[in-house]
Design a protein around this ligand. Structure first.
Ligand SMILES: N[C@@H](CCC(=O)N[C@@H](CS)C(=O)NCC(=O)O)C(=O)O
Length: 315
């Protein structure tokens, strides 16, 4: 991580822990918003007007939070408006690195070798983890936002005047229900699988494991009425948030994070839903199972020999 703008090599995949060995995720710290007219958003400064070719996303295909932003970009038809660079799936002792792995890019925009260089370019005294996604402003040469939840919301509305298409990912009529289900899915599933995987006590692991499968059981029940998406016929941001965890489940979380009561392929409603979302225009391009497996199985603390499983075949 960075401490006052200097890279320190004590990178730990475990992030923070509480007294009972529960994993705690760091909160994001660049929180400006792109808006249609450049006015300030809910947090941060004004001055980030939606413009074609002005913004760039830095992502990792392994990362579910970064993949949320790739999905929103695809669903809103913004592939020609916002450019993207992909880092290697395997974390180095300087964090996320550009170039070398099949399907990863060099940073042609800023010439960085590591994601942390973007953070110090934006704030030479930055302290914190150098996470993806990073939303970058090419015009002012700074980091706009590194919180995927914000980025999904701004992509949903800010670019409407620049040809954005697709569903309204956060319809006002569903806002309260979306917020509630987002929080439930985040706590128990999106972050729940990480809490199982990175637990440092049996208690913390079993607690997280139970919440993961209780939530999957609830979802299986929810889809049993034949609905297409979580809230009915229209896809929302909550579907994006759920999908990124589901698509990684059998390939990574079932194995390396020990979420192994069953694979998702044993849950017909949830599994069919995952494939329905995967089949939407542009979504297949946001998923690289090879990066997902290479990345999660390279976490030394969980898999010291770095052996990457061959299966599962159904993905
Ligand atoms: N709050 C962030 C979380 C992003 C996050 O945790 N990204 C992970 C990859 S999945 C990361 O970059 N970790 C690097 C690190 O912690 O050093 C978001 O949702 O955008």
């Amino acid at each position: 991580m960075l401490v006052n703008g200097q890279w320190t090599e004590d990178w730990q995949p475990v992030q923070k822990k509480d007294d009972e060995g529960r994993f705690i995720r760091q909160t994001s710290s660049f929180r400006h918003w792109i808006t249609a007219d450049g006015s300030a958003g809910p947090t941060g400064d004004a001055g980030f007007k939606a413009e074609k070719d002005r913004y760039h996303l830095y992502v990792a295909y392994i990362c579910p939070w970064a993949s949320r932003t790739l999905m929103a970009r695809a669903l809103k038809g913004l592939e020609d408006v916002i450019s993207v660079s992909v880092v290697n799936p395997v974390m180095t002792n300087q964090g996320w690195q550009f170039g070398g792995h099949d399907g990863a890019d060099e940073d042609v925009l800023n010439g960085a070798r590591y994601i942390h260089e973007l953070y110090t370019r934006a704030d030479s005294h930055y302290t914190g983890r150098a996470t993806v996604p990073v939303l970058w402003d090419k015009k002012t040469g700074t980091l706009v936002n590194n919180e995927s939840a914000d980025i999904v919301r701004m992509l949903n509305t800010a670019f409407d005047g620049l040809g954005a298409t697709g569903p309204d990912l956060y319809p006002q009529a569903l806002a309260a229900e979306i917020d509630t289900l987002n929080a439930h899915i985040y706590d128990n599933l999106n972050n729940g699988v990480y809490q199982a995987g990175f637990a440092s006590t049996q208690l913390a692991y079993e607690e997280a494991y139970s919440r993961v499968f209780a939530t999957l059981d609830e979802l299986e029940q929810r889809f049993s009425d034949g609905r297409l998406y979580l809230f009915g016929d229209e896809l929302t941001e909550t579907d994006i948030r759920l999908f990124v965890t589901l698509v990684r489940f059998d390939a990574a979380y079932h194995g390396v994070f020990k979420c192994n009561r069953n694979t998702l392929s044993a849950m017909p409603g949830v599994h069919a839903y995952m494939h329905r979302v995967l089949a939407l225009d542009g979504i297949r391009n946001t998923v690289r199972i090879d990066h997902i497996k290479a990345g999660y199985y390279s976490i030394k603390a969980l898999n010291p020999n770095g052996i990457v499983p061959v299966g599962p075949e159904h993905l």
